[in-house]
Design a protein. Structure first.
Length: 173
């Protein structure tokens, strides 16, 4: 009898442990998909946090913009010398890979600018660049679509004085 009780207790514990593992491993499941990057399952659909999209929240808004670009600027006021083309690299931000990017060699200045991608709707993303409050730098708005970043930016010098306004086009290689 003592042996039978031990077998029953062992069987119940084993079934309990397997059930717990099974339920825990399925916790992030949403149908046949596992929600990623902090997504949550609502009515069998992954609801993505800001900065991510896709059926499993697997795609950061910034992902499509990552790469090397050939850049040009135009319509600068006042006129800016050296309006030829140059290369810039766009990489994911180390602190927020979902919707923040770094644009290296911005405006052919050997400076890296941090930009925010506000959305990714039907392949068009809104891009915003803002200097830190009280500092000088670049203020810009634009879009990313089909491998092209189009920006209108203002360069501000020390003391907040506006240096120049330009359009910049960045085409992914």
């Amino acid at each position: 009898m003592k042996r039978l009780n031990q077998v029953i207790i062992t069987a119940v514990l084993t079934i309990g442990i397997f059930s717990l593992v099974f339920v825990t491993s399925c916790k992030n499941k949403c149908g046949s998909t596992s929600c990623q990057n902090g997504g949550t399952c609502v009515s069998n659909t992954c609801v993505c946090p800001t900065g991510y999209s896709g059926n499993a929240c697997q795609t950061g808004w910034s992902d499509v913009s990552i790469g090397t670009y050939v850049c040009t600027r135009s319509n600068c006021h006042p006129a800016v010398s050296g309006t030829g083309s140059w290369q810039s690299a766009v990489t994911k931000s180390a602190t927020d890979g979902g919707f923040t990017i770094n644009i290296a060699n911005f405006n052919n200045s050997n400076t890296t600018i941090v930009a925010t991608i506000d959305s990714n709707i039907n392949g068009i993303s809104k891009i915003t660049i803002s200097p830190a409050v009280g500092s000088y730098g670049v203020d810009a708005t634009g879009t990313y679509s089909n491998g092209v970043i189009s920006l209108v930016f203002t360069s501000a010098g020390a003391g907040g004085l506006i240096g120049y306004n330009c359009n910049m086009t960045m085409k992914k290689e």
